[in-house]
Ligand binder design. Sequence first.
Ligand SMILES: [Fe+2]
Length: 305
Amino acid sequence: MKLRTLLRWMPVAAGGLALMDAAAIEPARLKVGRLTVPVDRGGDGLVGLRLAHLSDLHVGGTGWRSATLAKAVDACNRESVDLIALTGDFISKASHVPAALDLLSILRTDVPRLAVFGNHDHVYGRRPMEQLASGLADLGIVVLRNEGLRLRLRDGAVWFVGVDDGYSERDDLERAERQLETDGSPRILLTHYPDVADRLLPGQYQLSLAGHSHGGQIRLPILDEIVSYRHARTRYTRGLYMVNGNPLHVSPGLGMSALPLRLFNLPEVTILTFEPVEETPAPSNSAEEGLRSPLLLPEPPFPRH
Ligand SMILES: [Fe+2]
């Protein structure tokens, strides 16, 4: 084969390999990510606390793999954690509520399990969503729908606030916060749509947990931006951000929507551990400043804004 012919076909071959990886290999693998969350003075009692964060299972959706999701549940069951947080998009088909509940029925029950709904949990109408809500309740998974809940974890109390899906404008943070007492306990927010964090006051929450953007799904220049901005309508794709003085973790998620592809972006369960910091990073005054913060970004130079 002539060199010129070889060079002509190399991009085609690379594209074919990337497509095979994105369609068949990566969606079947699981990453257990590990991140530390810095604790400032308002987070006394959080130090050492470990959370498992799962999101965007998309059971029944395009290219979904029950084996990958089972691996994720198994990883949660094996890890030493104090709480499991699930940030929505459990289903991608109304008919797959039972499959999602079957999968979650093997999730450990010895630690609190809190959840919020995502846009896909609402999109198939009221009946599947209510079926999902009652099924999760039967499993002992507490769904926070614009509600607050105070839990004792390890040595102290923590307020958990969960808002309904912000992408479809069902979130009501103010209503949830009215249920909180100002007892000085640290606060953790669960929201499917990460942009809800843009509305938080400086230092209001010690951590926010979100999903929704699936890490951009296809992490290539331009393409992941298209997915994030046009499909998911968010700049937050995955990892740990500092938004207006509030740490925000965006899960890369486990499933997919729109395209049945994940490229350079493995399905992930994230284990978050709170650790003290010598000096609290200066609160940023805007989300954009926070996005550039080098302290909390998991993989510089990301994001590229
Ligand atoms: Fe999703």
